[in-house]
Design a protein around this ligand. Structure first.
Ligand code: NAP
Length: 522
């Protein structure tokens, strides 16, 4: 892969807008209005460069005001899904042979366009995903970071370091793209995760079929438009909204699919992994599965921890974006010496959090994503109330949106369902630990292993956590959410996924294959 590289400044994370600054606040209010004026618009599928409508439609709603339809989308049929993979396959040879420098330029343009339309994307996330302003801003900033970071990573990989030279040979190793990738993101980072997996696929020279989440297809449609504006050919990717249960298996099993980049729940990830492992008639490769899945993330609060910081860290991690982050803290494991005081303080903190429509910047928490999600979370609260001692919350919050009060359940034992199962809502289980060793055992008593944090002032305990807290992303004396691209490469252990470490130096290699070339020169 020869490439003419432009020299880029060192990667830096995108600064996040401060909405207490009047000019930013006004710009965001304008963007919310501007986006609201586009509610109910219909978006097309894009397959093989053609815009297509289907008979069946998919409507996305505003979870803060469910009677509002944010976008109307086409629902891909299995036939269209097969056509999408075929067309991406047909175009792969052309796209895969473009120069890395050209692809890097397009990716940087996409990043620039995202930056130029930042508040507009923020506003789509507020209205379609129920993100509060700062949560939306963090999502869009991360999407920009992925463009900037992967552009630089592709530059690095397009000139791999030399291999050792055998006397009489010219030896080298180069990276080549894989083929057609199917990108399947979740709704909870509807822009950042979609952008991360899509840009990683495209910048490495693969063509992609993007199957967005059915909860947030409008955010994805806006990004698909932006890809075209950035100069990506309309055949380098397909935009294919549709129900995962109707077209997911077909996309995964199609013999021309080369890899699947998935982020979502454990059960869907495992199904994809299983289906992808079975070769289909005419298939010529072992499919690669990059799957990032659920979490049951714990924060340990040690007996000598700074309790104020611990309470702030747990509250932000457990209730930020309504607990709907894979990295969210859903278990607090607290040393018995500070257990009662910690619960008292956390209860006060949780009860002071405001819950309501996401577009109102006065609210710390918005709605959960859907009526179905709300039902499941409320069922878990019922289960948890019998498994432990309810401390606060425990039901819906007022309003017509899908609001749930921040909920804390104490004295939860490790065998309890709410200790073991991912709830994906604002529900925190608190468990008492006899000492730090016991706390570590409890934290590791999970089939997941995504994020974790420890609040402690004992250096030896932090050292032990570094060695033995079995998670892909460990945080010490800080919250367990908010991973930054390039700083905290992200991915989990165990059933949390394939530990792909998005936003890190190993990630793009998952989208490439290496070719070793030796030429006899004497
Ligand atoms: P999900 O239900 O697993 O859905 C994820 C995606 O998979 C959606 O696009 C969905 O499409 C699609 N899908 C559903 N069934 C499918 C099938 N049979 N084959 C192929 N694709 C299929 O997860 P979610 O509710 O969107 O997201 C929440 C989950 O994601 C949580 O478990 C969370 O922990 C996890 N997550 C993990 C990370 C991480 O980095 N580890 C990051 C974010 C989220 P439809 O929408 O059409 O059903």
């Amino acid at each position: 892969m020869a490439s003419q590289t432009q020299s880029l400044p060192e990667f830096r994370n995108e600064p996040m807008a401060d909405f207490s600054v009047p000019v930013n606040r006004r710009a965001m209010e304008d963007a919310l209005q501007h986006v609201r004026a586009q509610f109910g618009h219909e978006y097309d599928l894009l397959v093989g460069g053609q815009r297509i409508k289907t008979a069946d439609k998919l409507k996305s709603v505003n979870p803060s005001h469910p009677s509002e339809v944010v976008g109307i989308h086409q629902k891909a049929t299995p036939d269209l899904a097969a056509r999408a993979v075929e067309s991406a396959y047909d175009y792969f040879a052309q796209w895969g042979s473009t120069s890395p420098a050209d692809r890097v330029r397009k990716v940087l343009t996409a990043g620039r366009l995202l930056r130029e339309h930042k508040f507009e994307f923020d506003a789509w996330l507020v209205h379609e995903a129920g993100k509060t302003w700062p949560e939306a801003e963090a999502d869009v900033s991360e999407a920009i970071d992925f463009c900037e970071y992967y552009a630089r990573e592709m530059q690095r990989l397009s000139s791999p370091p030399p291999v050792f030279q055998l006397p009489g040979e010219k030896d080298e190793m180069r990276y080549f793209p894989l083929g057609v990738g199917v990108v399947i993101p979740p709704w909870n980072f509807p822009l950042a995760i979609l952008v991360g997996m899509t840009i990683a696929s495209l910048v490495t020279g693969n063509t992609v079929v993007i199957k967005p989440s059915s909860e947030t297809p409008t955010v994805a449609a806006k990004f698909a438009e932006l890809l075209l504006e950035a100069g990506f050919p309309d055949r380098s990717f397909c935009f294919l909204p549709g129900s995962g249960s109707a077209i997911g298996d077909l996309l995964v099993q199609h013999p021309k699919t080369r890899f699947i980049a998935f982020t979502g729940s454990r059960d869907v990830g495992l199904r994809i992994n299983e289906l992808a492992a079975k070769p289909q008639k005419g298939q010529r490769w072992i499919k690669r599965v990059i799957a990032e899945m659920g979490g049951k993330d714990a924060i340990i609060v040690d007996g000598d921890a700074d309790l104020e910081k611990a309470v702030d860290g747990v509250a932000a991690s457990a209730f930020g974006y309504q607990g709907q982050k894979c990295s969210a803290c859903s278990r607090a494991i607290v040393d018995e010496r500070v257990y009662d005081e910690f619960i008292d303080r956390l209860k006060k903190k949780a009860e002071a959090l405001t819950v309501g429509p996401a577009e109102d910047p006065g609210n710390f928490m918005g709605p959960v994503i859907s009526e179905g999600a709300r039902r499941t979370i409320l069922q878990y609260i019922d289960v948890g109330s019998k498994e432990g001692k309810p401390v606060t919350g425990g039901g819906p919050a007022p309003g017509d949106g899908y609001f749930i009060k921040p909920t804390i359940i104490a004295d939860v034992k490790s065998g309890a369902r709410i200790f073991q199962e991912e709830i994906f809502g604002p529900v925190l289980a608190v468990t008492k630990a006899k000492n730090f060793e016991h706390a570590l055992q409890l934290a590791n008593d999970s089939e997941y292993g995504l994020t974790g944090a420890v609040f402690s002032n004992t250096a030896e305990h932090l050292r032990q956590a570094r060695e033995r807290f079995f998670v892909g992303n460990l945080y010490l004396n800080r919250k367990c959410t908010g991973a930054m691209v390039g700083v905290h490469p992200f991915g989990g252990f165990n059933m949390s996924g394939t530990d792909s470490k998005g936003g890190g130096p190993d990630y793009l290699l998952l989208f490439l294959q290496a070719k070793s070339i030796a030429e006899r020169v004497v």
